[in-house]
Design a protein around this ligand. Structure first.
Ligand code: SF4
Length: 258
């Protein structure tokens, strides 16, 4: 298995065609993963294989490391296009998430006011007001919704907190359009059971949920790196393009990464 863990609390910058220069902010320890999901496709590995007893970085440690990195980038004359909360697990699970977002927005405004602040979240904590308010503060609030089938979510995303897809859709709709939905599409099996979510059985109710959420954009993707389970397979570009066309037909912006 060659899944990856990221440095903490700051990693990168990473250059990508899609995002440009992205500076990562990892609110989990560097030596393990902490997540309220345990997705079978997680590039960081499965929770049980990535346990850590290390503490999460404090608000002060995040602010200091981020400011140091931004100063270095300023001196080098190349700033980030986006500062992205991601890394070894679920960033909104950090107890000081809201305060850290406030610090990050303030540092962005001071050093690189044209850079965006983005959060990649599995959305399991958006029922908490502090998390919800923090996500309203960032430019790109990117929430995961792989399907609206609770049984699929139990098999693939494997939440270790209470989770109901219908309730999640309601909560996502409360962002009033200030959310981007991110969805993994794939083929394959887990413990001998089919985990493809590309059929109409999954896609049609998920499209109905998008109409309820009214996201500013939908980003669909497929497996790009090695996964902890070797029995998963990529969706094809043609399959992803067909889903993008169905989303756009609803008047919602959409893009696919292959
Ligand atoms: S939500 Fe993200 S970090 Fe958590 S298990 Fe799934 S892919 Fe990994």
């Amino acid at each position: 298995m060659s899944t990856v863990l990221y440095a903490s609390p700051v990693f990168g910058p990473v250059r990508s065609r899609r995002l440009g220069v992205s500076l990562g902010i990892n609110l989990m320890p560097a030596d393990g993963k902490v997540c309220s999901f345990d997705c079978i496709y997680c590039e960081c590995g499965l929770n049980a294989e990535r346990r850590t007893a290390s503490k999460v970085p404090t608000r002060e440690e995040v602010r200091t490391a981020l400011e140091r990195q931004l100063r270095q980038m300023q001196a080098a004359g190349e700033g980030p296009d986006v500062m992205t909360f991601a890394g070894n697990g679920e960033p909104t699970g950090h107890p000081q998430f809201r305060a850290i977002v406030e610090d990050t927005v303030a540092l962005r405004d001071r050093y690189f006011p044209r850079a965006k602040v983005a959060v990649l979240t599995n959305a399991t904590h958006i029922d908490r007001d502090d998390v919800f308010q923090a996500l309203l503060m960032v430019d790109d609030n990117i929430v995961k919704l792989d399907t609206v089938s609770d049984s699929y979510i139990r098999r693939v995303n494997r939440p270790n907190v209470a989770y109901s897809a219908a309730r999640q859709v309601e909560l996502m709709a409360r962002f009033g359009g200030h959310a981007m939905v991110q969805t993994m599409f794939m083929h394959g099996t887990a413990d001998g059971v089919d985990v493809s979510n590309l059929s109409d059985e999954y896609v049609t109710p998920w499209l109905e949920a998008l109409q309820q959420i009214k996201p500013e954009k939908v980003m669909i993707y497929t497996i790009a790196r090695e996964t902890p389970l070797q029995t998963l397979r990529k969706a094809t570009p043609a399959e992803l393009d067909a889903i993008v066309a169905r989303i756009r037909a609803l008047g919602i912006q959409a893009e696919a990464s292959y």
